[in-house]
Design a protein around this ligand. Structure first.
Ligand code: SAM
Ligand code: SF4
Length: 489
C-alpha cells in the first residue's frame, strides 16, 4: 500500500466502502529524537483520534514521519465496522512483519476499534503486535510504549465514562490548513443491531463546549476557515457543567433535578459565533434526534453549512425495526420534509445505506430505492451488510441473505445514487455559489478546488485566488461527483 493521502470526499463518495480510506502521518521535524508513524483507517473520528495520539506522543519526545521503515513506533489506528476493514489491517501487519525482522527494536501498536474489540486476543493472534490500546486509553500510550521497549507487551482497553480529551490540542495531520475536524463527543448510546461502535467506543459523553469553542477560535486564528464538528450522533450532544455522560445527565433530569444543559443547537450557535468567516459543518446526524431547533439554527447563520449527513440505512420500516434504528420510514420522511421546508431544496442531504440486512426481502429492498427517489440524496456511502461478532444482530438474527444477492442489491443502490447525484448536480448549473478554496485541484495545477455550502466539490481556474479564500463561482458543468465553473466577482 502506498503512503497516499486520499481525499475522503472525492474517493469515497458513491463508493462501496469508506473504511478503505487510509491516512498516514507526514514528516514533521521539530527536533524530537524519536519518530512516530501512524496509519489510520475508517471514519473521521478515527482520523481525529490520531491527531490526539500525535499530540500525546509529541509531548513525550516523538516527531511524526511518513516513512514507517524509519519509525521507532508504528501505530495502526483501526476500524472494526466491517469485516473487510479488519482484514486490511491484518494484511498490513504482515507487511510490517518484514520490516520488524530487520529492526526488532521497533514498537508496533494497534489502536482504536479493533484493539478494543479483540483486546489481549490480538497479542496472541498477531505476534508482531507489542501494544493494544482502545480509544479511551490514549493518555496511557507513552507508558505502554515504554513497557513494550522493556520487552513487556501491554494492553489497555479500559472504556471510560467521562474521557473526552478536551484539554488536548490535536496535532493537525494531513491538514490542508483550511478545514479541520473537531471532536465534540465520544461513544454512542444507540444500539443499532448491526453496529460494533457501542462496544468499541463505549458510552456517549459530550465534550465541554467551552473547550470546543476555544479550539475553533484557535483554528480560526491560525488561518483555518472551516470546522467539522464530529460525533457518532451529534444531535444528541448534551452537556452540563457537572455532568458530561449522557445517561447520567438524563437520569438527573428524570429525577427532577434542575440541570442547565447545553444541547447541540446551542453548541452550533456558539461555534457559529466564533466568526462569520468560519464555516461550520457537522457529522453524523441521527434521524431520531435531529430537531427543528437545529434546523432553525442552521438557517439563522449563513456560516453554518447547508448540508446534513442523515443516514437512513434502509427505506423499510420492518428492516429499520430489526436494525433497532428507532424510527420508521414515515418518521425519516418527516425529517427530510422538515429540512426542505426550513432550509430549502438546495440543502445537501447524504445518507448511509446497508443492503442485504438479515431477512430483507426484495420488496423491502425496493423500499430503500423508493426512499432514495423521494429524498434525492446528493451522495451516499453504501455498504452490504457484514455481520459483526457480538452485535445484537449477530446474536438474534440469521445472516441469511446470500453474498451475491447483497452485492446485487448494493449495485442497484449505487446505480440509483449515481443517477440521483448527477440529477442533483445538474440543478446547480447556472448558479453562483460561494466556495471555500481548499487547495489546488488534483487534476491540474492551474485549477483550484473547494466546496460549496452543500459540501460539493467545485473546481475552477485559479486566476488570482488562493487557498483559504472565499470566492463566488458560476457553476457551468458537472459530473456525478464534481461541479466545474469559473470565478465571478
Ligand atoms: N453513527 C453513524 C450513524 O448512525 O449514522 C454511523 C457510524 S458507522 C461508523 C458508519 C456506517 O457504517 C453506518 O452508518 C452504516 O451504514 C455502516 N455500517 C455499520 N455497521 C455495519 C455493518 N455491520 N455492515 C455494513 N455496514 C455497516
Ligand atoms: Fe453505530 Fe447506530 Fe451508534 Fe451509528 S448510531 S455508531 S450506527 S450504534
Amino acid at each position: 500500500m502506498e503512503n497516499i493521502i486520499q481525499d475522503i470526499d472525492i474517493v469515497d463518495r458513491n463508493s462501496e466502502d469508506a473504511s478503505e480510506t487510509v491516512k498516514t502521518t507526514a514528516n514533521e521535524n521539530t527536533g524530537k529524537t524519536k519518530k512516530l508513524y501512524i496509519e489510520s483507517y475508517g471514519c473521521q473520528m478515527n482520523f481525529a483520534d490520531s491527531e490526539i495520539v500525535s499530540s500525546i506522543m509529541k509531548d513525550n519526545g516523538y516527531d511524526t514521519t511518513a516513512d514507517f521503515e524509519s519509525a521507532d513506533v508504528v501505530f495502526l489506528n483501526t476500524c472494526s465496522i466491517r469485516e473487510k476493514a479488519e482484514q486490511t489491517v491484518r494484511r498490513r501487519l504482515s507487511q510490517f512483519n518484514k520490516v520488524k525482522k530487520k529492526k526488532p527494536e521497533m514498537t508496533i501498536g494497534v489502536l482504536g476499534c479493533m484493539a478494543e474489540r479483540l483486546k489481549e486476543k490480538l497479542l496472541d493472534e498477531e505476534k508482531i503486535v507489542d501494544v493494544v490500546v482502545g480509544p479511551d486509553a490514549y493518555r496511557d500510550l507513552p507508558k505502554l510504549v515504554e513497557s513494550a521497549e522493556d520487552g513487556l507487551k501491554a494492553v489497555n482497553t479500559f472504556l471510560s465514562r467521562e474521557e473526552t480529551y478536551a484539554d488536548i490540542a490535536p496535532v493537525r495531520l494531513n491538514s490542508n490548513g483550511v478545514s479541520a475536524f473537531v471532536s465534540i463527543m465520544r461513544g454512542c448510546d444507540n444500539m443499532c443491531s448491526f453496529c460494533v461502535v457501542p462496544f468499541t467506543r463505549g458510552r456517549e459523553r459530550s465534550r465541554d463546549p467551552h473547550s470546543i469553542v476555544n479550539e475553533a477560535q484557535d483554528l480560526f486564528d491560525k488561518g483555518y476557515r472551516e470546522v467539522t464538528l464530529l460525533g457518532q450522533n451529534v444531535d444528541s450532544y448534551k452537556w452540563s457543567s457537572d455532568e458530561n455522560n449522557k445517561a447520567w445527565l438524563e437520569k438527573k433530569e428524570k429525577q427532577g433535578e434542575e440541570v442547565q444543559v447545553i444541547n447541540f443547537a446551542n453548541l452550533l450557535e456558539m461555534v457559529a459565533q466564533v466568526s462569520p468567516d468560519l464555516r461550520v459543518r457537522f457529522s453524523t446526524s441521527h434521524p431520531k434526534d435531529i430537531t427543528n431547533e437545529v434546523l432553525y439554527t442552521m438557517k439563522k447563520y449563513e456560516n453554518i453549512c447547508k448540508y446534513i449527513h442523515l443516514p437512513a440505512q434502509s427505506g423499510n420500516s420492518r428492516v429499520l425495526d430489526l436494525m433497532n434504528r428507532t424510527y420508521t420510514r414515515e418518521w425519516y420522511i418527516n425529517r427530510v420534509d422538515a429540512i426542505r421546508e426550513i432550509l430549502g431544496e438546495t440543502c445537501g442531504i447524504s445518507s448511509d445505506m446497508i443492503t442485504g440486512f438479515c431477512s430483507e426481502t426484495e420488496e423491502e429492498h425496493q423500499d430503500t430505492l423508493t426512499l432514495m427517489d423521494y429524498v434525492k440524496y446528493d451522495f451516499s456511502y453504501m455498504f452490504f451488510y457484514s455481520e459483526r461478532p457480538g452485535t445484537l444482530a449477530a446474536k438474534k438474527y440469521e445472516d441469511d441473505i446470500p453474498l451475491e444477492v447483497k452485492k446485487r442489491r448494493l449495485q442497484e443502490v449505487i446505480n440509483k445514487q449515481q443517477a440521483t447525484s448527477l440529477e442533483r448536480n445538474k440543478l446547480d448549473l447556472g448558479q453562483i455559489q460561494k466556495v471555500l478554496i481548499e487547495g489546488t485541484s488534483k487534476r491540474s495545477e492551474d485549477q483550484l478546488q473547494g466546496r460549496n455550502s452543500a459540501n460539493k466539490v467545485v473546481i475552477f481556474p485559479k486566476g488570482e485566488h488562493k487557498k483559504g479564500d472565499y470566492v463566488n463561482v458560476l457553476i457551468e458543468d458537472c459530473t456525478t461527483a464534481t461541479l466545474f465553473g469559473s470565478a465571478v466577482s
